[in-house]
Design a protein around this ligand. Structure first.
Ligand code: Z5A
Length: 213
């Protein structure tokens, strides 16, 4: 049986990851592929419990290293319980965020050491990496305006200021520039229809060699 493929949607607040996830799932299923949709923080009962802690403003004083370690505790469970078994069973996994978010938020945003994140990535994932990362890139002002238009209370991380989100965006873009063979950057400031069309083209193009075999 052929191993499934692992696609991750990344980006800042309000970039439109969640809005595009369902469209991606439908596109893959239309090809007859089994698809599992998941998210981080979250993805398992333990991961969802850790998500609640991570985003709760009650923990406003959370140590930066505690935040990083909770992200990877959540991920260890997610990889072992959900992602790896699904891929081995031939299922395609599409995830709203994964380890690039730890590099962008805890590394770029918080200023934690990249080498420590890389060590945790290897410890938790071994050689598991996304086959393709779709980076939904939007100017910070647009993303924050979309986020605020939902009228929901801000979570612990969303309380951060504009400079933090600029560092996160720049770090995502730097990751994409450093690994163009597995990242596609999408202009997420466009209309949702235009973003979805660009996403479909990017995915078709990326997996064309696999699908024409
Ligand atoms: N985090 C971390 O720090 N480290 C890690 O390792 C991981 C995560 C894995 C929760 O993530 C937090 O966890 C997040 C990063 C941190 N921190 N913050 N802040 P999350 O993914 O659950 O939360 P989020 O990024 O804040 O989600 P979001 O704001 O919902 O963003 P989104 O999913 O990219 O956007 P959306 O829900 O699809 O769209 C937002 C709104 O914009 C919505 O009303 C849409 O209808 C609208 N929208 C979307 N696209 C468009 C277009 N193209 N035009 C117009 N309007 C649009």
């Amino acid at each position: 049986m052929q191993r499934g493929r692992f696609i991750v949607l990344e980006g800042g607040e309000g970039a439109g990851k969640s809005s595009n996830l369902h469209c991606l799932q439908q596109m893959l299923e239309a090809r007859g592929l089994p698809v599992l949709r998941t998210r981080e923080p979250g993805g398992t009962p333990l991961g969802e419990a850790l998500r609640t802690i991570l985003l709760d403003s009650v923990y406003a004083g959370m140590e930066l290293k505690a935040e990083l370690l909770l992200m990877f505790a959540m991920r260890a469970q997610h990889v072992a319980q959900v992602i790896r078994p699904a891929l081995e069973a031939g299922t395609w996994v599409v995830s709203d965020r994964f380890t690039s978010s730890s590099y962008a938020y805890q590394g770029g945003g918080r200023g934690l050491d990249n080498a420590a994140i890389a060590w945790l990535e290897h410890f938790v994932q071994d050689d598991l990496r996304p086959d393709l990362t779709l980076l939904f890139d939007t100017p910070v002002d647009i993303g924050l305006a979309r986020m605020h238009s939902r009228g929901e209370p801000e979570d612990r991380i969303e309380h951060e200021g504009r400079a933090f989100f600029e560092r996160v965006r720049n770090h995502f873009l730097a990751q994409a520039a450093a690994a163009p063979e597995r990242f596609v950057v999408l202009d997420a400031a466009q209309s949702l229809d235009a973003v979805q069309a660009a996403m479909r083209d990017a995915v078709e193009c990326f997996f064309a060699p696999l699908w024409t075999d």
